[in-house]
Design a protein around this ligand. Structure first.
Ligand SMILES: *[C@@H]1O[C@H](CO)[C@@H](O)[C@H](O)[C@H]1NC(C)=O
Ligand SMILES: *[C@@H]1O[C@H](CO)[C@@H](O)[C@H](O)[C@H]1NC(C)=O
Ligand SMILES: *[C@@H]1O[C@H](CO)[C@@H](O)[C@H](O)[C@H]1NC(C)=O
Ligand SMILES: *[C@@H]1O[C@H](CO)[C@@H](O)[C@H](O)[C@H]1NC(C)=O
Ligand SMILES: *[C@@H]1O[C@H](CO)[C@@H](O)[C@H](O)[C@H]1NC(C)=O
Ligand SMILES: *[C@@H]1O[C@H](CO)[C@@H](O)[C@H](O)[C@H]1NC(C)=O
Ligand SMILES: *[C@@H]1O[C@H](CO)[C@@H](O)[C@H](O)[C@H]1NC(C)=O
Ligand SMILES: *[C@@H]1O[C@H](CO)[C@@H](O)[C@H](O)[C@H]1NC(C)=O
Ligand SMILES: *[C@@H]1O[C@H](CO)[C@@H](O)[C@H](O)[C@H]1NC(C)=O
Ligand SMILES: *[C@@H]1O[C@H](CO)[C@@H](O)[C@H](O)[C@H]1NC(C)=O
Ligand SMILES: *[C@@H]1O[C@H](CO)[C@@H](O)[C@H](O)[C@H]1NC(C)=O
Length: 863
């Protein structure tokens, strides 16, 4: 049809000097495709089904390639290029084409022998291996299979492609490259300028295999390849190296020292997350083209002369954080020695720094400064306060030993983190547009000034763990139309809780634990429909149970522990009261009356027994107990996996009476249940045996009678059991979990018999006493709130993933901070995710902080 049309046109234009015979093409510069090549292409493409679009492709909105139709000139198809002389197909770009399925070893693709460029990036080839037939494309110059789910061993035949200029096999996690193949490739591909192998498994390859790489190489990316061993020194001085651009070797386990640099062409240098030691090479001072320097998470040591960066006039990001032995010394106080006009982002967190680096005096475009977790003491020096850093948006000085902080002149500061220092005296007031302000864990005294209410952008205010006294300014309640988190816990605050929470209140968490607050809870909190965490524990608040909170749709945590609450709980007005509540602590008050059956029956969030099986519908994604696992595929953050969720009821140390309602057995996500120290009577309900997630159960010091229900033996998660000081009798259930409890679990019940008690029941000899175990210790933990710290911090992280994701995805390039965290976890060498609560808390908090910077950063973080 088209040809007919073309002929017709040629006929009509016959008088014109147009050559219609050599090419039957409408556009004389589009050659005509050979028919066997067009059918080979179609056949290749049609051998796949239509899969999901990769996240990367959505981002850059790749158009579908609809022009591929039988009978049309394939040289005009989207993504196909033909040689203008011969009409042979020489380039095929099927990246982001939603191809899904295996590549057959005999695929028609291999008949396109003239191919010079092939891009199959971002498809899904089901773990196909790269066939050795790829080695048959004798003239191939560009081969790109990034993130296309190819796997298996890399064929050594690729080294036949001796004209290859660019090879990108990155983000194929299941592909392996062994040493012989790599060596051949290095030897034979002498024209290579770009080699991208991020995330390809090269764990068996010694890093020096890269020693003889093509001297034309401009870009080498080997992130997270599992490379181990000595750092390949010579990579910085290959004989003819003119331009070594985009050098990324991060997330491997390279050891050794960084050799001196021989050339000044380097622009990006990323050696983060390795095990490099020794000094920072002084030749960094010569890398005048350097834009980006990241050697974070290594073991560099020694003292760096600060003028090392003096000539690096284009440098915009420096990250040397997490080198615990690295320090700086001031070479001179001559400002002429320091010029860093472009520096935007400086991170020296977790090094060995004891004073503010003097080169900050010349950084007038700084946006982000992180000096957290160092040994800086005293106050911010005057020379630094005089630097006009109008761009400074993020300042993190947490975990230092600062004693004083005056008025900060940087008027565009948005995030100010001063927590865990030794600050004394009155509360400093941050600049007007700050939206995150933390001075938690200092030694501040005096009252909270009314001035704080002028901060019209404030969203996160954390003044916890200080000695602040007097009243909470009532105007803080008025801030609730922008304030999201308010944390004033562990201070010395008196008076009543502000009562001015207005309609549209934004508060998500309000933590006032550990003060001297009195009066009753303000009913205006019902305006705060976004509330998730309410912690009023350890105060002197009086009044009855705040039943009026039952309608808050998102409330997950309610803590009233150790106050003067009294009265009965009452009956809910709504069918599903507290629909998202999963942590409730009413302990150490004067509540009395029956346990609230109607609550237990309908607490939706505690009933979802599928919570741990991935059914997170009711469980939210805010609580992380043990670890945060993040899987990323290229730019895409697939999943934030929550290991286990914390669902507890603590009504201990009150005057509750009557029986334990049967309905408690319906709260199947419950991990902890504490009804101890009340006046409960009657039998233990057998339905307790239905709480299959229960890890600790404390019903001690009540008046329970009867036998321990045999059903409890089915609670295979139960680690801590305390039934002591009751009137229970009969045989203790035997077997399974019950073999692990000692007699401490049953003391003070004169009628109980059988293992582990010495008293036998009937024939049972009951002699095999276990040595006393750690039950007491676990109990103690429980009494102290089972690591509330971790839970509440984790909550921040959940939020950050929500916030951070948006920007993360839109930043071009690798989301470095995230990758660091992920690999830190995966290699388990930075101890970021270790079992230590404190370091985890630190990590979680810094994650949260980073995410917020990412959100507000007006500049692209990565070029
Ligand atoms: C002919 O093809 C060339 C290259 O494919 C293109 O740049 C040009 O715009 C086309 N001309 C017409 C008239 O379609
Ligand atoms: C390739 O081989 C498979 C089976 O090995 C066969 O089903 C398929 O038709 C072959 N394709 C071509 C293009 O020969
Ligand atoms: C490869 O390129 C050379 C030189 O350009 C050419 O002579 C040869 O025909 C090409 N081979 C193929 C299979 O395209
Ligand atoms: C490979 O292809 C993808 C998608 O087109 C592109 O983003 C990437 O930069 C290419 N790799 C190289 C080394 O050019
Ligand atoms: C190197 O490339 C040439 C073609 O240029 C090829 O004949 C030879 O087999 C290759 N060598 C290796 C070790 O792959
Ligand atoms: C990498 O490959 C080696 C075999 O060479 C294998 O033992 C190892 O498990 C692989 N690593 C990953 C992360 O898949
Ligand atoms: C690098 O090349 C030199 C000289 O050709 C050779 O002696 C050396 O063995 C090569 N090194 C590696 C690791 O291939
Ligand atoms: C870091 O280097 C120091 C010596 O400079 C060494 O004592 C220490 O063990 C190293 N730490 C790690 C984690 O390799
Ligand atoms: C905090 O201040 C109190 C007195 O206000 C003082 O006793 C205490 O030692 C200080 N703590 C620190 C860590 O400086
Ligand atoms: C709560 O305490 C306040 C002052 O401490 C007192 O005036 C009020 O009567 C108390 N309310 C109840 C219900 O006990
Ligand atoms: C445990 O739950 C099942 C169904 O969820 C119910 O049929 C059974 O009666 C419950 N057992 C007890 C003892 O309540």
């Amino acid at each position: 049809m088209e040809r007919v049309l073309l002929l017709l046109i040629c006929f009509l234009l016959l008088s014109q000097p147009i050559n219609c015979s050599s090419s039957l093409s409408f556009n004389s510069s589009t050659p005509l495709c050979h028919s066997h090549q067009s059918s080979a292409l179609l056949h290749f493409r049609n051998s796949f089904s239509v899969g999901y679009s990769s996240y990367y492709c959505d981002l850059y909105s790749y158009p579908p390639k609809n022009s591929w139709k039988m009978g049309t000139n394939c040289c005009g198809w989207d993504g196909v290029t033909c040689d203008t002389m011969t009409g042979h197909v020489i380039a095929v770009d099927l990246s982001c084409s939603r191809l899904q399925g295996p590549i057959h070893p005999n695929t028609t693709l291999f008949s396109l022998r003239h191919l010079q460029r092939l891009n199959l990036a971002y498809n899904y080839f089901y773990g196909s291996t790269i066939s050795s037939k790829f080695g048959g494309f004798a003239n191939m110059t560009h081969l790109n299979l990034t993130e296309s789910s190819v796997a298996g061993n890399f064929p050594s035949e690729i080294s036949h492609l001796s004209k290859l200029v660019s090879l990108d096999l990155s983000w194929n996690y299941y592909m392996r490259i062994e040493t012989p193949s790599l060596k051949r490739l290095v030897q034979n591909l002498t024209h290579l300028t770009e080699l991208v192998l991020d995330d390809v498994n090269m764990s068996s390859v010694p890093p020096n295999s890269f020693m003889n790489l093509s001297s034309s190489l401009t870009s080498l990316r080997l992130s997270d390849c599992g490379l181990k061993g000595r750092f390949p020194d010579n990579i910085f001085h290959l004989p003819n190296l003119q331009l070594l651009d985009y050098l990324y070797l991060d997330n491997n386990q390279l050891t050794g020292q960084i050799d001196e640099f021989q050339h000044d062409s380097l622009r990006y240098l990323d050696l983060s997350n390795n095990n490099l030691h020794g000094h920072l090479p002084i030749s960094i001072a010569k890398l005048v083209s350097l834009l980006y320097l990241d050697i974070s998470f290594n073991n560099l040591s020694g003292s760096v002369e600060q003028n090392i960066f003096t000539k690096l006039k284009s440098l915009y990001e420096v990250d040397l954080s997490h080198n615990p032995l690295l320090s700086f010394h001031t070479y001179s106080y001559n400002i002429a020695d320091y010029t860093l006009p472009e520096l935007q982002d400086l991170s020296l967190s977790s090094c060995n720094i004891s004073e503010f680096p003097y080169f900050l005096k010349s950084t007038e475009n700084l946006y982000s400064l992180d000096l957290s977790n160092n040994q800086i003491n005293g106050s911010i020096p005057t020379w630094l306060l005089e630097v006009k850093m109008d761009s400074l948006g993020y300042l993190n000085l947490s975990y230092n030993s600062l004693a004083r902080i005056g008025h900060l002149p940087w008027k565009n500061l948005q995030v100010l983190d001063l927590h865990s220092n030794l600050l004394e005296g009155p509360l400093p007031i941050p600049p007007l547009y700050t939206y995150f302000f933390s001075v938690s864990r200092n030694n501040l005294t005096g009252e909270i000034p009314l001035l704080i209410c002028n901060l019209s952008s404030l969203q996160y205010l954390d003044l916890s763990y200080n000695h602040l006294s007097n009243m909470i300014p009532p105007c803080l309640g008025n801030l609730s139309n922008h304030l999201i988190d308010l944390d004033l816990q562990s201070n010395n605050l008196h008076g009543t809780i502000p009562s001015t929470f207005a309609k549209g209140c934004y508060l998500r968490s309000l933590k006032l634990n550990g003060n001297q607050l009195e009066g009753s809870l303000p009913q205006s909190l019902v305006h705060c429909k976004k509330l998730e965490v309410l912690d009023f524990g350890n105060n002197k608040i009086n009044g009855t149970f705040p039943l009026w909170l039952e309608n808050l749709p998102k409330l997950q945590v309610l803590i009233l522990r150790s106050n003067n609450f009294h009265g009965a709980i009452g009956n809910p007005k709504y069918k599903f009261p507290f629909p998202n509540l999963r942590i409730i602590d009413l302990s150490h008050n004067e509540f009395h009356g029956l346990l609230p059956t109607n609550f237990f029956k309908y607490l939706k969030a505690m009933k979802n027994s599928n919570a741990d099986k991935g059914g997170l519908k009711y469980m939210g994604d805010r609580y992380y107990q043990d670890s945060v696992t993040v899987v990323i595929k290229g730019f895409f953050l697939d999943l934030v996996k929550i290991q286990s969720l914390f669902t507890t009821i603590d009504f201990s140390n009150n005057n509750f009476e009557g029986e334990i309602p049967k309905a408690i057995g319906e709260l199947q996500s419950l991990k902890g249940l504490n009804f101890s120290h009340n006046n409960l009577s009657g039998h233990m309900p057998p339905s307790l045996g239905n709480l299959t997630n229960l890890e600790w159960l404390d019903l001690s010091s009540n008046k329970l009678i009867g036998e321990i229900p045999i059903q409890l033996a089915d609670l295979t998660s139960l680690a801590v059991l305390n039934l002591s000081e009751n009137h229970l009798f009969g045989q203790i259930p035997q077997g399974k979990q019950f073999n692990t409890f000692t007699n401490d679990s049953y003391n003070g019940n004169l009628g109980l018999c059988g293992f582990p008690m010495t008293k036998a029941c009937g024939n049972d000899e009951g002699q095999q006493l276990l040595p006393s175990s750690t039950t007491q210790e676990d109990d103690f933990k429980f009494e102290n709130g089972f690591n509330w710290k971790v839970v509440l911090l984790g909550y921040g992280v959940g939020f950050m993933f929500g916030l951070g994701l948006g920007y993360l995805v839109f930043s071009s390039g690798k989301p470095k901070w995230l990758v660091n965290i992920v690999y830190g976890g995966r290699h388990n060498k930075k101890n970021l995710l270790d079992a230590n609560t404190n370091s985890r808390a630190v990590m979680l908090r810094s994650l949260w902080m980073t995410a917020m910077v990412i959100k507000i950063n007006p500049y692209p973080i990565i070029p």
